[in-house]
Structures are given as C-alpha cells and as structure tokens.
Write a protein that binds this ligand. Structure first.
Ligand code: FAD
Length: 301
C-alpha cells in the first residue's frame, strides 16, 4: 500500500440509503469503513417518504441525517467529496477524490445512484451522439484538436473539462456557480480551461452535427462537442475505468446475489443496480453489500 494514501477495509462511493446501510453493516463487522459523496446529493434528500416499511411521512433529509449519525456511531467515517478517478491496483482499489486525496480500499461498494441530468435545451436530444455527450471520459478521444464546451458546475463537469483539455484544442466550462474543491478549481486553471461562470447554455446549434452553442446573453460559441456533466462523476465513467459489466441499457451495473460485480473486491448496491429505484431496495442491497465487502476485506488480514 502507498504510504501517502488513506487506507480502509471498505470504501463506499455514495452517501444515500444504499451506501449508508452498507456502512452500518460493514462497520459492525469491524471493517474500517469510509463513505464518500454527500447526503445532500442523494436522490432521497428532497423526497417525502410514505412507502418505506415502518416509517410514514418522513422527510428524506431526516432519514439521511439519522442514517449518517447511526453509521458514525458504529465507526464509519464520512468524507464529503466525490471520487473523480478509480482503478484497480492488484488486489486493491485506488481512488482519487476531487481535492486530490488518494484513498485505497480492500473492498469497494459502488452506491452512487443513477441520475444523469439533462440540460433540457433545444438541440440536446437531437444532437445526442452527434457531438452531444454525457461522458467526457468515454468520448474525449473523439474531439482531438477540436473546440469543446462542458456544461455543469460540479465535480463531474470540472473533472471532465480537465480530461478534455488533454485532447481538445480549447475547452470551455459553462457554469452558473462553480461548486468544487479549491484544488479542483486550481486544476482547471492549470489545464487552461476557459471559464464562463455566471452563464448558461440556451441552445445547442447544428443540424447533422454540433456546430456551436448559444449562451444566455446571446453570444454564440463555435464548438464541435458539448459535454453535459451535471452532478457527480457518473456510473458510466466509473464502470468504464474498472471494467464492470453493465446491463443492456448501459445504465445499471450487473451484480449477483451477494452484490458482487464481475470485478473481484467490487460490489454495487441501490439504484445503480437497476429498478425498482426505491429506498427499500437500496437499503436491502446495501445490507448485503456491506456484509460481503467486509468479508472480502477480511481475507487480507
Ligand atoms: C423526488 C424523489 C422522490 C422519491 N421518493 C421516494 C419514496 O417515496 N420512496 C422510495 O422508496 N424512494 C423514493 N425515491 C427514490 C430513492 O430516493 C432512491 O431509490 C434512493 O435514494 C437510492 O439510493 P442510492 O443509495 O442507490 O442512491 P442515492 O440516494 O441517489 O445516493 C447516491 C449517492 O452517491 C453519491 N455519489 C454520486 N457520484 C459519486 C462519486 N463519483 N463519488 C462519490 N459519491 C458519489 C452522491 O453524493 C450520493 O450521496 C425518490 C426519488 C426522488 C428523486
């Protein structure tokens, strides 16, 4: 293991109900456990839950805050950052967070939910796959020496812009209010990403392929690619870098009854494994994943 890295038996990507339940079960099995992500980014945060067993009319925020305290009481640690990079290194899984922190795990549980938000502007749907993309890591190579635009204010957009800057001739980041760590902001500057803060895209231009975007003040920006990266680093990018198999729709990670993916030491739980996209399923799978991940980590001791 690297001496600079923070090391854990079990690392969980996602602080929603799936991740929190996994943390409760893993830490009760005496596995050192770290959760990444933010509870405010869980799709449950703004929900009012009426259909979860033994709870009637409870706010999602309250459930998540209680769950966080509960997991902490059993020894789990929380780190409110997204993971931008993850790879296998022998038996270990190595991650880099948005502030550049390196974390190593014996077992990894992916519980990142599923949301892949749309921008909802004219041209987005029509030009999907013709210059519009939702995955910088997957499609950056198609835009060598081209001008590209990235839309989004969070780690996915900033991380995607840094990746694209290695391929594109010019990378523009269009964002109302950038909300990333100071280190990630510095990486954007170092990568030469051109920032358009306080602005948004009104329309994606082009007939058969993207030719540009129109911004909210009417300015037109010529470009060949528009990357829509709203929110945190998504499942497609993480799955691609780890070699996880997905279902046919390429939205959900395949798991077995122990919540194991096809990659040894990597488990998945919650919305990321497919419908029903419900808290009850996320919690049940989180429980199984937490137990499986702790057992896997113990093999190293
Ligand atoms: C408006 C609304 C109402 C709902 N109402 C109900 C209801 O009444 N009953 C019900 O059962 N379900 C309801 N749901 C569904 C429920 O919220 C989800 O099924 C549940 O939250 C899924 O849990 P999860 O742990 O899989 O993912 P989520 O709760 O979505 O959590 C995902 C977590 O992953 C983290 N994350 C994402 N990317 C990264 C990354 N790169 N690195 C680190 N962390 C990352 C996020 O920060 C977040 O903490 C509702 C959903 C919505 C949107």
């Amino acid at each position: 293991m690297s001496e600079l890295a923070r090391q854990y038996d079990v690392v969980i990507l996602g602080s929603g109900p799936g991740g929190i339940q996994a943390a409760i079960h893993a830490s009760r099995k005496k596995a050192s456990t770290l959760l990444l992500g933010r509870i405010a980014d869980s799709s449950l945060f703004w929900a009012h839950v009426e259909n979860y067993c033994c709870m009637f009319k409870v706010s999602g925020e309250e459930i998540l805050r209680t769950g966080r305290e509960q997991a902490q009481a059993f020894g789990a640690e929380f780190f409110d950052e997204d993971v931008l990079k993850v790879e296998k290194n022998g038996d270990l899984i190595v991650m880099e967070t948005e502030s550049g922190e390196i974390i190593e795990a014996k077992s990894l549980i992916i519980a990142t939910g599923t949301t892949r938000n749309k921008l909802g502007v004219p041209g987005e749907k029509e030009l999907l796959g013709k210059g519009v993309s939702y995955c910088a890591d997957c499609d950056a190579g198609f835009f060598k020496n081209e001008v590209v635009v990235v839309a989004g204010c969070r780690s996915a957009a900033a991380g995607g812009a840094v990746t694209l800057s290695h391929h594109a001739s010019e990378t523009h980041l269009i964002c109302n209010e950038l909300d990333v760590s100071d280190k990630l902001r510095l990486r954007l500057v170092d990568a030469g990403v051109i920032m358009h803060e306080g602005r948004s895209i009104e329309k994606i231009e082009g007939e058969h392929a993207v030719t540009g975007v129109t911004l909210d003040d009417g300015e037109k920006l010529d470009c060949a690619g528009v990357f829509i990266e709203l929110g945190a680093k998504g499942v497609l990018e993480l799955a691609a870098s780890l070699g996880l198999t997905m279902d046919e729709s390429m939205r959900y990670v395949d798991v077995d009854r122990k919540q194991r993916t096809n990659v040894k030491g990597i488990f998945a739980a919650g919305d990321i494994t497919g419908p029903p996209l419900q808290m009850a399923k996320a919690v049940g799978e989180g429980c199984v994943a937490g137990v499986s991940a702790a057992a896997h980590a113990k093999q190293f001791k």
